[in-house]
Design a protein around this ligand. Structure first.
Ligand code: ATP
Length: 456
């Protein structure tokens, strides 16, 4: 696997990802997705919607707002509890998440079960040093709420305070009654949503792994109490199937169930799917069985009835919820790390290769005239035909070998070359990115060829 530094450079050079606000010296931990990055992001979201919404068991979509009534965050527990334990070193003035410092010291420690005082004692007793100053000059740990606060309207008083949502899920819970009423869905059913979320993380970093602004893809699956663990298993399998079908190496993935003693108070099962990043295994995708916690909290504070009347048994209950939740950028990072390599060819040359499933590849094909003067017009015609349905790219600069390399490096699965033969019999050369093998296809076969290749 390439290093993170290599990937950052690669992403910048190819147009996948640029540093945010670069011309002004940057804004720490913000990133802009370039022509290729924005297409890859879109394709990841499309793939998720296909599997988790369209093909899922009884799923509908939602697009709820980022700004919500602050009572939502009171009910959900975010105002009181969406905080990380922050510890500051007096010598370096650096701030860290105390739980992460402890886990870096001993991966088997369990900071989730420690109070803030216990974490502090642990850090002192184990002589954990600030990586910057090398001292143990620690200030007491305090809670740091990670929600971004802003003001709505022209007056900046406490009544106008609103938060940017730190997760998309609550937008689904507060619409539960609307969703039931308008879709007439019967339980079990689910609601899928993609949208921006904001968290004022204490220690963002590792490129796009942890940022303060990111996009989440969340599914809240509502089911009958007692059936939630079956659905939990179902979704754990679906998450893995999604990753493996899209080409993630099985050896780079593991499922880590949270120990019972470290589960959040509202959860009766939580498992993280982890990926082996350059710094080791870390979270990619969370799966949580959240019981009736969120709907009950909203029922209590809003006084709206969130119960469901089962038409078959006439039972009334508050549904249980199973939630798979993943960040778009984190998945994008994983697809890049999984796919990018430098390969030595038989002739001793190296080529940069990004293996992406054709469904995810920003460009499905590159259309290349072998000789611009002779084949340019025909190639342009094919390009115009294909771009009606697919994201494709046209390239006529430099020799054909260089053009192939350029496409290999950004993940384009097929190069379609127009040459002398094309002028005679309307066939083109199709070159495969991974094997570099070539075959001839008739122009009329191209659309179907690509359509088949992007299926998963
Ligand atoms: P952590 O404990 O690492 O801070 P978390 O367990 O709080 O993360 P969740 O609330 O479960 O994360 O978020 C669900 C998913 O959203 C994560 O698995 C990850 O893919 C994504 N995600 C969460 N926080 C961030 C972030 N700051 N930047 C990018 N993606 C994130």
């Amino acid at each position: 696997m390439v290093t993170l530094e290599y990937l950052v450079q690669y992403a910048k050079q190819t147009g996948y990802i640029f540093q945010g606000s670069e011309i002004y010296g940057g804004l720490a931990n913000t990133w802009d997705y370039g022509p290729l990055g924005s297409l890859l992001k879109r394709n990841i979201k499309e793939a998720w919607l296909k599997r988790f919404l369209r093909e899922g068991p009884n799923i509908v979509g939602l697009d709820s707002s980022i700004l919500l009534n602050s009572l939502v965050w009171q009910a959900s527990g975010h105002i009181a509890g969406f905080s990380d334990p922050l510890i500051e070193n007096k010598t370096s003035n650096q701030r860290y998440r105390a739980d992460k410092l402890i886990l870096e010291h001993d991966p088997n420690a369990n900071p989730d079960k420690m109070t803030m005082d216990e974490m502090y004692d642990y850090i002192i007793k184990n002589n954990i040093k600030d990586p910057v100053s090398g001292t143990t000059d620690w200030l007491p740990i305090r809670k740091f709420n990670m929600m971004f606060k802003t003001h709505q309207g022209v007056v900046e008083d406490t009544a106008s305070e609103v938060y940017l949502r730190p997760e998309t899920a609550q937008g689904i819970f507060i619409n539960f009654k609307n969703l039931i009423r308008t879709t007439r869905k019967k339980i079990p059913f689910g609601v899928a949503q993609i949208g921006k979320a904001f968290r004022n993380e204490i220690t963002p970093g590792n490129f796009i792994f942890r940022t303060r602004e990111f996009e989440q893809m969340e599914l809240e699956f509502f089911c009958k109490p007692g059936t939630e663990l079956q659905w939990f298993d179902y979704y754990l399998n679906e998450m893995k199937r999604f990753l493996f079908d899209l080409g993630i190496d099985k050896d780079l993935i593991r499922a880590e169930p949270h120990a019972v003693e470290s589960l959040a108070h509202y959860s009766n099962a939580t498992t993280d799917i982890e990926f082996k990043y350059p710094w080791g295994f870390d979270e990619l995708w969370g799966l949580a069985s959240r019981t009736a916690f969120d709907l009950t909290q909203h029922q209590n504070l809003s006084k709206e009835d969130m119960s469901y009347l089962d038409p078959e048994t006439n039972e009334r209950y508050i549904p249980y919820v199973v939630e798979p939740s993943v960040g778009v950028e984190r998945l994008l990072l994983v697809f890049l790390l999984n796919g990018l390599s430098e390969e030595t060819l038989e002739n001793g040359e190296t080529r940069q290769l990004l293996k992406l499933h054709p469904a995810l590849a920003p460009y499905k094909a590159a259309i290349l005239p072998l000789v611009k003067k002779e084949h340019g017009e025909k190639a342009q015609e094919i390009y115009d035909m294909l771009r009606k349905e697919f994201d494709v790219v046209y390239d006529e600069t430099q020799n054909i070998g260089k053009r192939y390399r350029r496409q290999d490096a950004v993940g384009t699965p097929f190069c379609i070359t127009v040459d002398h033969q094309t002028m005679i019999d309307q066939t083109v050369t199709v070159r495969y990115r991974d094997s570099m093998e070539q075959e001839r296809l008739h122009i009329s076969q191209l659309e179907n060829f690509i359509r088949r290749a992007i299926k998963f």
